[in-house]
Ligand binder design. Structure first.
Ligand SMILES: [Zn+2]
Length: 202
């Protein structure tokens, strides 16, 4: 078992335990040494019981498995690959459905908003931005054909974009220089969305 696979399984189990990867939802990946491939959670596996064997090595350039005949990679592999192509600094990607971030993504989609701004909240610091006083989080349309979302990511995001995004009516994706940092950023984004909803006046 690879240490990367073990790390993916541990992180997935922790996020599943928080209720952020219900059913078989959620997917996590880490870039492998050499930078041209990544290890991603397999499709259709409960993140509460997955093992280090439930992972697939995929190519960053076309999101396809390196080896045929193994488990299928996550349905959202194309989004992970698009994020890895933004910058070699992107070393891990976490996608989950945390309830508050997902609620904010749904509300943004209903308004037709392409971004959600956050300001003057301490937890913004956790995103590691040059200016921790504010962040404008992009909201992507949730297409049933996932490569369309990945195409939008490539079109809209640059290497210096905030390392978090929302997908309307769906969930959230975060990334960073390590799996732990990408997971921390998901926790920070969820906290930002929770605070925002708690502070919203009825
Ligand atoms: Zn999802």
């Amino acid at each position: 078992m690879s240490t990367d696979g073990i790390a993916l399984a541990r992180t997935a189990a922790a996020l599943y335990g928080r209720g952020w990867m219900e059913g078989t939802a959620g997917n996590i990946s880490v870039r492998l040494p050499g930078a041209e491939t990544a290890l991603i959670t397999a499709s259709g596996v409960s993140k509460g019981s997955m093992t280090a064997a439930d992972v697939v090595e995929v190519r960053v350039d076309d999101a396809r498995p390196v080896r045929e005949g193994g488990p299928r990679p996550s349905a959202e592999t194309t989004i992970h690959a698009a994020l890895y192509r933004l910058s070699s600094d992107v070393q891990a990607v976490v996608h989950a459905h945390p309830p508050y971030a997902t609620a904010v993504a749904i509300l943004a989609a209903r308004r037709g908003a392409g971004t959600v701004p956050f300001a003057d909240l301490e937890i913004i610091k956790g995103l590691g931005l040059p200016d921790p006083s504010k962040v404008v989080v992009p909201v992507f349309d949730n297409h049933a054909h996932v490569p369309r979302i990945a195409g939008d990511v490539t079109d809209r995001l640059t290497a210096d974009a905030p390392p978090v995004m929302l997908i309307g009516n769906h969930g959230a994706t975060t990334w960073g220089p390590s799996l732990d940092v990408a997971r921390n950023r998901m926790e920070c984004l969820e906290a930002l969305c929770q605070l925002t909803l708690l502070l919203e006046k009825p």
